[in-house]
Design a protein around this ligand. Sequence first.
Ligand SMILES: [Zn+2]
Ligand SMILES: [Zn+2]
Length: 239
Amino acid sequence: MNFQDSTFQLWLLVSGLLVLRYVLVAGIPFLFFYVLSGKKLHSKKIQAQHPATIKIFKEIVYSFLSLFIYGLGIWIFVYWMEQGVTLRYNTIPEYGIGYFFISLGLMIVLHDTYFYWTHRLIHHRYLFKYVHKVHHQFTNPTPWSAFSFHPLEAIISMGIIPIIIFCIPWHQSALITFVTFMTFYDVYIHLGFDLKQLRMGHWQNTAVDHNYHHQNARVNFGLYFTVWDQLMNTYKKLP
Ligand SMILES: [Zn+2]
Ligand SMILES: [Zn+2]
């Protein structure tokens, strides 16, 4: 097998795994909330109407495209690993279990900051129509819209990975846990249903907050937290 074959197969494998994870993490909530529950959970639906089928189909197509773009990122990631230029460490005792959890928290805080500011950037009138308009066509989002980005937005969203791996000492289990948590949280904020059990406080960016961002693109730019929105006066508190 030559280099081209093996890298192509690696891209297909990684993209396939990302698609499989997306289908499970977004598909199971979609099946439960939008198909099997019928009208039983209607009172928890944030927007009363059901999203159009064509919009759901588009959400899935754009998300698949994003995941295959994320799959391309594996090449540069593998290159950095081979060069040993990141702050990766191999065994958890090197930094201790305490740091392992601190690093997870740092990844989430760094990502929330990166997301808020790049999100503000792509809302700029010169960039919005070229980059972020695709995601905002889904004014009544479903779990399938978690990765429904324009390819340029998918590339921008990958920028958090080099920031993490070059800025903080990281263990591969922490990085995998972070990426998995991010996927679940992305699906949660696009769920379209308000689950009071998952609300933890005024500082948390909820499914209601992000759903409102899809309807009114001027407020609620955060991902996990509302802290940046509150600091920058872009937060709209919803009931
Ligand atoms: Zn969104
Ligand atoms: Zn937006």
